[in-house]
Design a protein around this ligand. Structure first.
Ligand SMILES: *Cc1c(COP(=O)(O)O)cnc(C)c1O
Length: 369
């Protein structure tokens, strides 16, 4: 699915050189490396501010707090995402309300968000934010989403953990709402060598609140204006990410080329249907995902025997997670997400895959159906 050792070798010498220089510098948390990464990431993405934090999960939780979400508020998000999106909502004391997804892209369905916001408003619930998820590396229809959130007067946040470099029209994911939340978990499009994250925003006051929140609410040492947390980014991760950021366009181009090769191989093959790319979107293919018609577990077992590792993102939609049973959902409530969870299959995807490996995987999938 992902080979971290091979990915390291793409620019290993430079990575070792910058790591050594950070180790020799004596400065390990925040500082000039983090400042430089923030500036370079903001410039690349076209955001006014970027604030480095400890993880993608923290990026979402801190962005929710900085955007004014209060304990007891409701936060609307997609039911088809990595659980961290919802953990972050729960971490700030808010209650998640889950929307269904578009059957083509599996990103949130704006009509489902609209219906949910109407229902929550009629129940008198206070909605603090809508968090869209750029699933697998592409955005939902951001024009429709923005129409719905603007009409409801609710701040729009982006979980762009899988979408560094993705675009809606000519704008980058992470710059389409009040704040964009990125993860640099090692397997992500821009991957660190440990946990790391980032929040982007054009709002000066929001950026200032984020900087306070990530460092115990303190601007002047030992004076705490607010109760924040420790979510600082390490200098080592920032320095390594700066190297990776210089190669991001090449890495994304490789992912897109692999995706195009898989698409071509599966054209006309019954029983494998690639998740579609929506109009006006530039996809980053954090994951390459197909829907399969046959018994997925059996297919995975056969592929494993032929040396092909696969994954399922995600086998249980958020609304059916045991940890959220208290919210009272049943599977039928969000049928598109429930169906997708039974059918999706992610294939190997990372920049240093070779064309021969992609062809081998595609051939083995077609032969194992
Ligand atoms: C990876 C991921 C996160 C969490 O990021 P971490 O850095 O692992 O905390 C959140 N949301 C989505 C959609 C993700 O894929």
């Amino acid at each position: 699915m992902f080979d971290g050792r091979r990915e390291f070798e793409r620019d290993g010498e430079e990575l070792c050189a910058v790591a050594t220089s950070v180790l020799r510098s004596g400065a390990y948390i925040l500082g000039p490396e983090v400042g430089a990464l923030e500036e370079e990431a903001a410039a690349y993405l076209g955001a006014r501010h970027a604030v480095g934090v400890a993880s993608g999960t923290d990026a979402i939780a801190l962005a929710l707090r900085a955007a004014g979400v209060q304990p007891g508020d409701t936060v609307v998000t997609s039911s088809f995402t990595f659980f961290a999106t919802v953990s972050a909502v729960l971490a700030v004391g808010a209650t998640p309300a889950l929307a269904d997804v578009d059957p083509d892209t599996l990103c949130v369905d704006p009509a489902s968000v609209e219906a949910l916001l109407d229902r929550l408003s009629s129940e008198g619930r206070c909605v603090g934010a809508v968090v869209v998820v750029h699933l697998y590396g592409q955005t939902p229809d951001m024009e429709e989403v923005a129409e719905v959130t603007t009409a409801a007067g609710v701040p729009l946040l982006e979980d762009a953990a899988q979408a560094f470099g993705a675009r809606w029209d000519d704008r980058h994911a992470g710059t389409l709402g009040v704040a964009g939340c990125f993860s640099f978990f090692p397997t992500k499009n821009l991957g660190a060598f440990g946990d790391a994250g980032l929040v982007t925003t054009d709002d000066d006051a929001l950026a200032d609140r984020l900087r306070l929140l990530r460092a115990h609410g303190s601007r002047v040492k030992y004076v705490h204006e607010q109760v924040g947390t420790n979510s600082r980014l390490d200098a080592l991760q920032a320095a390594l990410l700066r190297v990776r950021l210089r190669g991001i366009d090449e890495a994304l181009a490789a992912r897109r080329a692999h995706a195009a090769r898989y698409d071509a191989a599966f054209a006309g093959v019954d029983g494998v249907e690639p998740v579609r790319t929506g109009a006006r979107r530039v996809h980053t293919y954090h994951q390459y995902v197909v829907r399969v018609g046959s018994d997925r577990d059996e297919l995975r077992r056969r592929l494993r025997e032929r040396g092909v590792e696969t994954a399922v993102h995600y086998p249980v939609p958020v609304h059916m997670q045991p940890a959220l049973a208290h919210l009272g959902y049943c599977g039928d409530d969000l049928p598109v997400a429930a169906e997708a969870a039974e059918r999706v299959l992610s294939l190997p995807m990372f920049p240093s895959l070779s064309d021969e490996e992609v062809d081998y995987v595609a051939g083995q999938v077609a032969a194992s159906l």
